[in-house]
Design a binder for this molecule. Structure first.
Ligand code: GLU
Length: 563
């Protein structure tokens, strides 16, 4: 066998060994090689003959040595399937997809509007439902009245619409309390849950010692009666909790007899009149089953919850969905904590949920990021298990691809100064609205004696090109900064590498413009016609893209998008 083919076998055997932390079976390696290299199919027999030797070579290496060897031969191949697919910009296939496709869900808490972290869950699940067909349930998880913001019900739906997520069904958990109660009765009857009235600290001590609390020993009938008492309001807040019976000797104390229901007398829930609320792991499990959810894609911070939820599935004898847990995503530079955002808004630090210093989707929208860019960036990140840092540059690159072909170009002059231009012929400049699409036409900038240029450029001795107009020299005439006409020739300006500056005529063609950036506001002037671009993204030439947010008479406010 030639060296190159043997190396191909070795790479895949190593990748399999690293991924599964075990020496692979020859059949698995062969299937992988033939899948990736269809050209080798005709040589399957020959490959089979060589595989035992290759696998013996892998078996001789320690787990670390396998990783090192693989990284030398094929950097990147040791990644898990989610990660390597993300590199190839495709999503890995889901396991166990039936003939009718999948049922998936996005399950936010209505505690505030959606942010970038939510977008990942919402869009990955959406992508799979699009791929396989089926149902996509938006499940509003509002069974913790302490974490419900009544306004968030509407905001979440607006954000979902903005993202372009194809929701087929909407479910509110607060509509389903009776379903949760009924299933709790069944779970108690199955011996899977009990009502615990132990003082919390006492319960924790027992749990720490892997000991059962006295309530755990109660029979089904007494537990059912106590649960009815809970529903009837016979207990104070915190006095009774329904617990799921798990393993008291589970190595993770948080797994031992976790709570399923609690009593909360306040705050008042905005949608239901209740005092007994299910906790997340319980309601999620009941709903995932009853709603027929087949696949769950969520962050790996839910792995412990998945383990808890398995207990409930097991008591009921229900089939468990397929889970994919993706790695954590660090997002720098914006605020993501809902409570921090809310407090900042209340205190006036942030203007609202769409303040551009926040990581909400509405903040992204406000600054001109397209939902398609968010989708592209998030799907590229994919479902890999490795923790990653969110790349703003990548999001901006995706957005640039979307806005660059359609954003009209305009001049924005920062910290403007108005200079008379001696000896310049009056004329009208007609810069293109879009250099890539001359058919879109031009703007009209009538020069009539004065140019407005950025203050930073008005330095005596400088030779500048006013874009699409003419060249000027900056002069100091008896203590006054002026400009002198220096001809029309673009070639001459280029020859001396003259800075090309944005300019505006003095008069009605220019209006005041505030450009809001995350680092602070920039004041300047822009072309008056920018006001007609309200709500759209434009490009301020040589500054960057910006979304026109407000246009009042004589002034424009825009948000900087990216360069
Ligand atoms: N409502 C939960 C959360 O936002 C999601 C539950 C789940 O995905 O299973 O964290």
């Amino acid at each position: 066998m030639d060296d190159a083919t043997r190396e191909t076998l070795l790479v895949h055997a190593l990748a399999n060994a690293v991924r599964h932390e075990n020496v692979p079976q020859p059949g698995a390696v062969l299937a992988m090689v033939l899948g990736k290299h269809p050209g080798l199919r005709a040589r399957a027999k020959e490959l089979s003959g060589a595989l035992p030797g290759v696998i013996a070579e892998v078996a001789d290496l320690s787990p670390d040595a396998r990783k090192i060897r693989l990284a030398e031969l094929a950097p990147g191949l040791h990644l898990d399937e989610g990660e390597s697919c993300a590199r190839e910009r495709t999503l890995p296939p889901l396991e166990e997809v039936g003939p009718t496709g999948v049922v998936m869900r996005f399950a936010p808490n209505p505690s505030g509007p959606l942010h970038l972290g939510h977008a990942r869950a919402a869009l990955l699940n959406d992508a799979y439902v699009r791929k396989y067909g089926g149902k996509y349930i938006l499940r509003i998880e509002d069974t913790d009245p302490k974490r419900v913001d009544p306004d968030a019900y509407g905001m979440v739906q607006d954000d979902i619409r903005w993202l372009g997520v194809n929701v087929t069904d909407i479910v509110y958990q607060s509509d389903r309390l009776d379903i949760y109660y009924d299933h709790c009765r069944r779970l108690i009857a199955l011996g899977g849950a009990y009502v615990c009235t132990c003082e919390n600290e006492h319960f924790k001590e027992l749990r720490h010692k892997m000991a059962a609390c006295p309530c755990r020993k109660g029979d089904v009938d007494s537990n059912l009666a106590r649960f009815e008492d809970m529903l009837a309001g016979s207990y104070y807040e915190g006095e009774a909790t329904v617990r799921v019976k798990t393993d008291l000797d589970h190595p993770d104390p948080a797994m031992r007899d976790f709570p399923a229901f609690r009593i909360l007398k306040s705050p008042i829930h905005p949608r239901v009149d209740a005092e007994v609320y299910p906790l997340m792991n319980y309601s999620v499990t009941i709903d995932d089953h009853l709603l027929g959810v087949t696949h769950v894609i969520r962050g790996k911070d839910h792995i412990a919850n998945t383990r808890r939820q398995q207990y409930i599935f097991a008591y009921f004898g229900w089939e468990v969905p397929v889970y994919v847990h993706y790695g954590r995503m660090g997002i720098e530079g914006v605020i993501l904590s809902t409570s921090q955002m809310r407090q900042g808004i209340r205190e006036g630090t942030y203007a609202g949920w769409d303040d551009i210093r926040l990581g909400t989707l509405r903040a992204l929208a406000r600054r001109g990021i397209s939902p398609d860019a968010v989708r592209a960036a998030v799907l590229e990140i994919g479902t890999g298990e490795t923790d990653i840092q969110f790349s703003w540059e990548n999001l901006f690159a995706k957005n640039r691809d979307i806005v660059d072909p359609v954003a009209n170009r305009y001049f924005f002059v920062r910290d403007p100064v108005c200079l008379p231009v001696a000896h310049a012929p009056c004329q009208v400049a007609h810069p293109l609205l879009h250099p890539g699409s001359p058919a879109l036409g031009t703007r009209t900038l009538p020069f009539n004696g004065n140019v407005i240029i950025p203050g930073a450029e008005a330095v005596p001795g400088r030779f500048l090109r006013c874009k699409d107009l003419f060249n000027i020299c900056i002069e100091d005439v008896g203590g006054t900064i002026c400009a002198k006409y220096a001809g029309e020739s673009l070639a001459e300006a280029r020859a001396v590498k003259a800075p090309i500056v944005q300019w505006l005529p003095d008069g009605d063609a220019a209006v005041h413009c505030t450009l809001h950036t995350p680092e602070g506001d920039q004041e300047g002037l822009c072309e008056a016609v920018v006001a007609q671009e309200l709500g759209r993204v434009v490009q301020f030439e040589r500054v960057g893209f910006a979304r026109v947010d407000r246009a009042d008479t004589g002034s424009v406010k825009a948000y900087f998008t990216h360069r």
